[in-house]
Design a protein around this ligand. Structure first.
Ligand SMILES: [Fe+2]
Length: 245
């Protein structure tokens, strides 16, 4: 089975469509998302429609959550807050309900997906350091955890003797899974990469080949930029796409 694991679409339908066609080319059979379908970008309704139609199974991200829970905005910076208020006005009632019903965590074949951290009390905490990874490795019951939230592609490996190492996937990467290791994979962001590489990112998990690959690819940033300006969303949200910050 080939899974395509995506995250942090952020209402960027150009990047989402490019990711889907890239995954089709690579023989992906099922697409799963680690959250943040909406927020920041100009096409929230269009992205949700694609999620419903394909369908793409997703957990909830903090921006998805903030659509129905205004208090969540308090943790947002000015750009994120302006964009989430704009998105709330744009979305249909059906789409708001769709977001409301997304789970925080989801366990599949032999992997778990979540947005920020595998912790019911604090699901939107960032998983950045090896120290953060320790608790996740302990709590996750599956061999692999896929997540997003930081928009930075990379992965942690924990060996049998509990040694943890981190590897960046800024230029993409491919790893072969080892029997006794555990893995936490940040699949990066489809719609707003922040690791200095403006190319979008997603992961392919091939269960028969026992490999995970992080794919980076170009998409039509110019079109998204124009839509952001036309929608009167902050210019910065368009500018940042060109530099991947
Ligand atoms: Fe995000």
């Amino acid at each position: 089975m080939k899974y395509g694991i995506i995250s942090d679409i952020h209402s960027n339908v150009e990047a989402l469509n490019a990711a889907i066609s890239k995954m089709e080319d690579k023989g992906v059979e099922s697409i799963i998302c680690c959250g943040d379908i909406v927020g920041y970008g100009p096409d929230p309704e269009e992205c949700i429609t694609i999620f419903k139609e394909l369908p793409i199974h997703s957990v909830i991200g903090n921006h998805d959550y903030a659509i129905n829970c205004i208090n969540e905005e308090q943790s947002f910076n000015t750009y994120a807050r302006l964009a989430i208020r704009w998105t709330r006005k744009k979305l249909s009632k059906n789409s708001k309900t769709f977001l409301k019903n997304l789970p925080f965590f989801s366990e599949q074949e032999n992997f778990t997906i979540f947005h920020g951290t595998f912790d019911e009390k604090n699901p939107f905490k960032y998983l950045i350091t090896a120290q953060d990874a320790v608790k996740n490795f302990t709590d996750i019951k599956t061999k692999i955890g896929f997540f997003g939230h930081s928009h930075v592609a990379g992965y942690f490996i924990q060996t049998k003797n509990k040694k943890i190492n981190y590897y960046s996937c800024i230029e993409g990467c491919k790893l072969t899974l080892q029997k006794d290791n555990q893995y936490l994979i940040n699949v990066g962001s489809v719609g707003q990469p922040r690791d200095g590489n403006p190319e979008a990112a997603f992961a392919i998990y091939d269960t028969s080949g026992n490999t995970i690959e992080i794919v980076r690819f170009q998409y039509d940033i110019e079109s998204v930029y124009k839509k952001i300006i036309k929608a009167h969303l902050p210019n910065f949200l368009g500018d940042r796409l060109f530099s991947g910050v």
